[in-house]
Design a protein around this ligand. Structure first.
Ligand code: SER
Length: 385
């Protein structure tokens, strides 16, 4: 049975109702550009609005995080990824969710309990939130080692809104014995976060209790797949099979660049599949940056490389996996048009920068002029010099 199916069935057996995951585009009026976590579409219900499907939910949600962009290329970070989630909207509490978490990871997925380590919120005087005793006690009863932290065990989806202490479950991925705890030995990989969503952060930075005590959990599908398949990175898992089979042969690159190219192009297809077009602002700008970063890496060694060479199979596989309705032809066209635009911009940039005036270190006035008169952003100017 697939990892996703096992997760959903586990929670269906415990009276959860499946939700249909949303797209990467948050609902109207939401201040953030993209859905960044599984709970995001559930915000009004965590804040107390009754959910039409009840108080126990489960589902899979695609997410996009640009906060991790610099880490993409390592074995575990992705721009677009999927989260398996379970939620209690004012129903059960921390002891229940952590016990189920332990049960699913060990009995359901067969992870050796000796390979687990967890972190728990140790309390924060400045916010007046105490150590999460219930979570600590639950893990102690289950016999799992616990590390207490403050900042690493507080989860919020933004500067304001629902938030709370969390407990993160880590699995050991190293060859030998651990040399430390999850915060000191990064071979402990975080797979599942259980948030006790009990507070709301207000505009003035203060906290108030939510009218109901919620649970919001998110399990990274790609990371869990990596662990269960014994793969050395998320890219080497079955989820990326066509990408890793095709791209290294098509465009030989060093491993890190390879991963970034795969991540950025795959993410771009998903973003376009959710209806976004490249542009100079907002979501379109995030998409534009991803495409341009991928092309910059590809062209570093060979500027004849083109997204037009990407086999249709990769588009089909990605759009099908994320259940997206956009056609391959349309998504491919948008990527190719953006490549042409970028290539023209680079040509123009090289021409302008060859002018004597720019044969020196550039000051703010130069950057401003290049941006406003020639449409050349600072990042691009720097990369051309
Ligand atoms: N919202 C939490 C996270 O994204 C748990 O789902 O980590």
């Amino acid at each position: 049975m697939s990892i996703t199916r096992t997760f959903i069935d586990f929670f269906l057996d415990r009276d959860h109702v499946p939700t249909t995951g949303s797209t990467l585009i948050p609902r109207l009026g939401d201040p953030v550009l993209f859905t960044t976590s599984g709970m995001h579409p559930l915000t009004p219900y965590l804040e107390g609005e009754p959910h039409p499907l009840g108080r126990r939910l489960t589902g899979v949600q695609r997410c996009l995080r640009t906060t991790d962009l610099d880490e993409v290329g390592d074995p575990t970070h992705l721009t677009v990824f999927e989260m398996l989630g379970s939620w209690s909207l004012g129903d059960y509490g921390s002891s229940q969710t952590l016990t189920w978490g332990y049960e699913l990871l060990t009995s359901g997925y067969g992870i050796d309990p000796g390979q687990l380590y967890v972190t728990v919120f140790g309390g924060d005087d400045s916010d007046g939130v105490p150590l999460d005793q219930e979570s600590l006690r639950t893990w102690q009863e289950l016999g799992v080692p616990v590390e207490l932290t403050t900042d690493d065990n507080w989860w919020s989806n933004g500067p304001t809104g629902p938030c709370g202490p969390d407990s993160e479950i880590f699995v050991w991925t190293g060859d030998g014995e651990p040399e430390g705890t999850p915060t000191t030995d990064d071979r402990w990989v975080e797979v599942w976060n259980h948030v006790m969503m009990r507070y709301r952060r207000l505009d003035d930075g203060s906290l108030e209790p939510l009218q109901q005590q919620n649970i919001d959990t998110g399990l990274g599908l790609e990371r869990l797949t990596m662990l269960l398949e014994g793969a050395s990175s998320v890219y080497e898992t079955s989820l990326f099979e066509p990408w890793l089979r095709i791209v290294p042969k098509l465009w030989p690159l060093d491993e890190r660049s390879q991963r970034i190219v795969v991540d950025h192009l795959r993410s771009s297809i998903v973003i376009i599949g959710d209806g976004v077009h490249p542009s100079n602002t907002g979501r379109g700008y995030v998409l534009r940056r991803l495409i341009r970063r991928a092309l910059t890496l590809l062209w570093r060694h060979d500027d004849s490389r083109s997204v037009a060479d990407l086999p249709i199979e990769l588009f089909e596989h990605t759009l099908n996996h994320f259940h997206q309705g956009e056609t391959v032809t349309m998504v491919r066209r948008i990527l190719i048009d953006e490549e042409i635009r970028f290539s023209n911009l680079l040509d123009r940039g090289r021409k302008v920068l060859s002018h004597e005036r720019f044969h020196k270190s550039l000051d703010e006035t130069d950057y401003e002029y290049l941006h406003e008169t020639h449409g050349l952003p600072r990042e691009l100017v720097d990369s051309l010099r």
